[in-house]
Design a binder for this molecule. Structure first.
Ligand code: FCB
Length: 449
C-alpha cells in the first residue's frame, strides 16, 4: 500500500535517537552526571534494574552507527546532545572534549551526506543544575538559553535543524508529576510550574539561537518537539466527553497555546485552580517565538473514560509491547485538528513514530513484521493528512536501534536495528530492510517524476 504512495520529492526521511538512550560513556572525557545517571543508578527506578552507563556504547561506536544509517539510505538523523557532556555542571566552563565528540559525529554524518537534526534537551539535565533547584527554578531557563546559544554558535552552520525541548509534557508530568522519570518527584503543583519554566526556557533559547545565527550567518531551522495525541471520549456520555476535552487542553493546548496564542487554556487553568503556575509579566511574549518547524512525536491516541475501572481502547489493530494501542488514523486526525485550531501551524516534522515489540533473533535475523506494518500504516495516515493540506516535511522513525527505554530499561525494543547488549552487535531487523527499500522507492519515484 505505502509502497505506491508518493511523498513530495523534497520530503526528508530519517531515523531518531537520543543521547542518554544510546551514548553510554557516562563519565568519559570530563562528562558530568545528569539527572538520568543519578535516577537510573537506583535500580528501584528502572523496571529491569539497568542503567545508562554503557547503553549502546554509541560514544565509541558512532562511526559504525552512522555507517548503518548510510546503509539504510536515510536523508537525515535526529539525535540529541548531552548537556552535561559539553558543560559538566550546566553552568560555567565548556568541556571541549565533549564538543569534540559531537564534532566527530557531525563529520561522520557529513561524509555520508546525512543531514543532522539536533535536539538540545532530551531529558538529561546536568545534575549540577538539579542540585540548584532543577526546572523548578526559574534560573534554569536562563542556563538553558546560554547552552542553546553556545551550541548554535559552534554548530549552527552544520545543522539542518535545532529543537529546544523533546516532549516537555514528559519532563514535567513524568519527571515531577508521577515520579516515573528523573528527577523522580511526585507533586502536581511542581509539575505545572516546571512546565511553565520549560516553555519559558524554550522561548529564551529560541531568542538566543536567533541572535547566534544572526552573528554567524547560520540558518538551521529552529523549533520544538511535542508529544501529541488525540483525546477521544470512550463513550458519548457527558462525563467522558468532558474528560476528553480536559485531556486535550492539559496535554496538547497546554504547550501549544502559550506558543501560538500567548496564554494557557482556560479549561486547564480552571481545573488546576491553586496549582496554576506563577507567570511573570512578559513571559508569554518570550514563549511565543515564531517557529520554523513543529516537531510532533506520535505513538497512539488517548481514549478517556470516566467509568471505574476505565474502559479500555478497542485496539482493533492490536497493542504494542508498551501496551500502547496501535491507531494510525489518529495521526491524520491529530494533524488535521492541530491545523484547525492553530491556522498558523508551521511546517511539521514527525520527529518520532515507531513501536516496541518483543523481538527475537532467529537464525541471525529478526522478523519484526508487526513493526513494518506499524510504520507502513502510519505513513499512509501521514500522507492522508498531507493530502488534506497539512504541510509535513520530514519523518523520523523511532528508533534507529534498540536502546535504553527510560524506566523500562533495555526490556523494551523500539529499534529497526537489533542491539545485542552482551556483544554490542547490531543486526538490522526486517523493518530496517523494508524502510531502506521504501526510502529507495521514494527516490526512484522522485527521479522518474
Ligand atoms: C518518546 C521519547 C523517546 C522514546 C519513545 C519511545 O516519548 O521521546 O525517547 O522513549 O518515546
Amino acid at each position: 500500500m505505502t509502497d505506491t504512495i508518493q511523498f513530495p520529492s523534497d520530503f526528508t526521511w530519517g531515523v531518531a535517537t537520543s543521547a542518554f538512550q544510546i551514548e553510554g560513556a557516562a563519565s568519559a572525557d570530563g562528562k558530568g552526571p545528569s539527572i538520568w545517571d543519578t535516577f537510573s543508578r537506583n535500580p528501584a527506578n528502572i523496571i529491569d534494574g539497568s542503567n545508562g552507563d554503557v547503553a549502546c556504547d554509541h560514544y565509541h561506536r558512532y562511526r559504525e552507527d552512522v555507517a548503518l544509517m548510510a546503509g539504510l539510505g536515510v536523508d537525515a538523523y535526529r539525535f540529541s546532545m548531552s548537556w552535561s557532556r559539553v558543560q559538566p555542571t550546566g553552568k560555567g566552563a565548556w568541556n571541549e572534549a565533549g564538543f569534540d565528540f559531537y564534532a566527530r559525529l557531525l563529520d561522520a554524518l557529513d561524509e555520508k551526506g546525512i543531514a543532522a537534526h539536533l535536539t538540545l534537551y532530551h531529558w538529561d539535565l546536568p545534575q549540577g543544575l538539579q542540585d540548584d533547584g532543577g526546572w523548578l527554578s526559574r534560573d534554569t531557563a536562563q542556563r538553558f538559553a546560554d547552552y542553546a546559544h553556545e551550541v548554535a554558535r559552534r554548530f549552527g552552520k552544520r545543522l539542518a535543524s535545532i529543537a529546544t525541548h523533546n516532549e516537555p509534557w514528559c519532563t514535567a508530568n513524568l519527571g515531577y508529576g508521577n515520579a516515573q522519570f528523573a528527577p523522580g518527584v511526585r507533586d502536581k503543583k511542581q509539575a505545572i510550574q516546571v512546565s511553565h519554566h520549560l516553555l519559558l526556557s524554550h522561548g529564551l533559547a529560541m531568542q538566543a539561537m536567533r541572535a547566534a545565527n544572526a552573528a554567524t550567518g547560520a540558518k538551521p531551522a529552529l523549533g520544538i518537539v511535542l508529544n501529541q495525541w488525540t483525546a477521544e471520549p470512550a463513550t458519548a456520555s457527558e462525563a467522558d466527553r468532558r474528560l476528553a476535552a480536559l485531556e486535550w487542553a492539559n496535554s496538547i493546548e497546554w504547550f501549544m497555546d502559550p506558543i501560538f496564542k500567548r496564554r494557557y487554556p482556560a479549561l486547564s487553568l480552571e481545573a488546576h485552580g491553586a496549582d496554576a503556575p506563577d507567570v511573570l509579566p512578559g513571559d508569554f511574549d518570550i514563549i511565543a517565538q515564531p517557529l520554523d518547524f513543529l516537531g510532533v512525536n506520535y505513538y497512539r491516541r488517548e481514549v478517556m473514560s470516566a467509568e471505574v475501572p476505565p474502559r479500555k481502547p478497542e485496539g482493533g489493530m492490536g497493542f504494542t509491547d508498551m501496551g500502547w494501542e496501535i491507531y494510525p488514523q489518529g495521526l491524520t486526525e491529530l494533524l488535521v485538528q492541530l491545523k484547525q485550531e492553530y491556522p498558523d501551524l508551521p511546517p511539521v516534522y514527525i520527529t518520532e513514530n515507531g513501536m516496541a515489540d518483543a523481538d527475537q533473533v532467529a537464525g541471525g535475523q529478526v522478523d519484526d513484521a508487526a513493526r513494518t506494518e506499524y510504520v507502513r500504516t502510519h505513513l499512509a495516515a501521514l500522507k492522508a493528512a498531507m493530502d488534506q493540506g497539512i504541510d509535513v516535511r520530514a519523518y523520523f522513525l523511532w528508533s534507529l536501534m534498540d536502546n535504553f527505554e527510560w524506566n523500562s530499561g533495555y526490556a523494551k525494543r523500539f529499534g529497526i536495528v537489533y542491539v545485542d547488549y552482551a556483544t554490542q552487535q547490531r543486526i538490522p531487523k526486517a523493518s530496517a530492510l523494508w524502510y531502506r527499500d521504501f526510502v529507495a522507492g521514494q527516490r526512484a519515484q522522485r527521479r522518474a517524476a
